[in-house]
Design a protein around this ligand. Structure first.
Ligand SMILES: [Mg+2]
Length: 174
């Protein structure tokens, strides 16, 4: 359970997930959270930079789907110009919708990654199915008490991630 809350990679931004990085990790499919991962909550549609990123993934043959806990209207508007397979009301970290998204992309979990900003929804959702998990810091976090509490609960797991990474680095240098 606890290991399922630790991401495999923590990146500065979604833009750091390049076709080269995915190839190095053996990843052919990427399931994506929207809010605070690709865009802030209040931004309705993707900007040019995000569209270019999706185009580069498509060109590299990476299969992509949007898997969001937000409502269908938000997801449909965001996806209007992208036209990706999209799964709103996904109830992450529950498995059902995430598994359906993966099945419909036709890629086994071992060759798929979930990218999101929340450990208790996105990372757990991916890890529950045996996928890799990538995290990014929330683009513009809400400041309400519930969100701050969630972030507080995430801290030990991000510390565990950093410990593991620094241990790996030391081993590589040795
Ligand atoms: Mg999010």
């Amino acid at each position: 359970m606890l290991a399922r809350l630790i991401p495999d990679r923590h990146l500065a931004t979604y833009r750091d997930v390049t076709p080269a990085l995915l190839a190095a990790d053996g990843i052919r499919a990427l399931l994506l959270d929207i809010d605070n991962t690709l865009a802030p909550y209040e931004v309705a549609e993707p900007d040019d930079e995000l569209r270019a990123w999706f185009a580069a993934l498509a060109k590299a043959g990476v299969r992509v789907a949007l898997v969001s806990n937000n409502h269908p209207e938000r997801v449909a508007l965001f996806n209007r110009t992208l036209g990706l397979p999209a799964y709103p009301d996904a109830h992450k970290p529950l498995r059902r919708t995430v598994r359906r998204a993966l099945d419909e992309l036709g890629v086994p979990p071992a060759e798929a990654a979930f990218m999101g900003d929340q450990l208790f929804t996105d990372v757990l959702a991916g890890k529950n199915l045996g996928m890799r998990a990538y995290t990014v810091p929330p683009i513009r976090d809400k400041r309400d008490l519930f969100t701050r509490f969630k972030r507080l609960l995430e801290r030990p797991f991000m510390r565990a991630y950093r410990r593991r990474e620094s241990k790996k680095n030391k081993e590589n240098q040795a």
